[in-house]
Design a protein. Structure first.
Length: 141
C-alpha cells in the first residue's frame, strides 16, 4: 500500500511589493519541532488534492485561500518527494484572511527569496520553496 499523499500551499503576500511566502514552524512531532515547512497536510481517501489543501489550510491556519498555479517538480506527476517516502502536491495560493498559528505550528513567518536559507527548513521543502519563488519572479518579468 502506498503512503498517503500530502498537499501544501506556497501562500504568497505581495503587500510589500516584493513577493513573500509563508513559512510555518512545526509544533510536532518532537523530532521535527521548530523546523519550517510549507503548510498543508494529508489527502483523505475521499478527497481531491485541491479540496484537501483548502481544508487543511482552514484547519491549520484558520483562513481561506485562493489557489493559483501548481508548483510542479520534474517528476512524472509533478509531485515532490518528501519525508517518509511520501509525495507532496504544491500550489501557489493567496490568503483571503490573515493566517494564524494554531496548535499545529509554533510560529508563522513571511519570508522573501533572500531569506529562504535563514530558516531551518525540512530539507525536502527547500527546492519546493525555491521553485515557488522562481514561478513568482518568472511571472513578474
Amino acid at each position: 500500500m502506498s503512503k498517503q499523499p500530502v498537499v501544501a500551499a506556497a501562500i504568497v503576500d505581495f503587500s510589500g511589493g516584493e513577493p513573500r511566502l509563508l513559512a510555518a514552524s512545526r509544533a510536532y512531532p518532537e523530532h521535527l519541532r521548530g523546523r519550517f515547512e510549507l503548510p498543508g497536510g494529508k489527502i483523505e481517501p475521499h478527497e481531491q488534492a485541491a479540496g484537501a489543501l483548502m481544508r487543511e489550510i482552514r484547519e491549520e491556519l484558520g483562513c481561506v485561500i485562493n489557489l493559483g498555479r501548481p508548483v510542479l517538480s520534474d517528476f512524472e506527476d509533478g509531485a515532490w518527494p518528501i519525508l517518509g517516502g511520501r509525495k507532496m502536491y504544491v500550489w501557489l495560493a493567496e490568503a483571503v484572511e490573515v493566517p494564524k498559528a494554531t496548535e499545529n505550528h509554533l510560529e508563522l513567518r513571511w519570508i522573501t527569496r533572500d531569506e529562504i536559507h535563514d530558516l531551518d527548513w525540512l530539507e525536502p521543502d527547500i527546492p519546493i520553496v525555491e521553485a515557488a519563488f522562481d514561478l513568482l519572479y518568472d511571472s513578474r518579468s
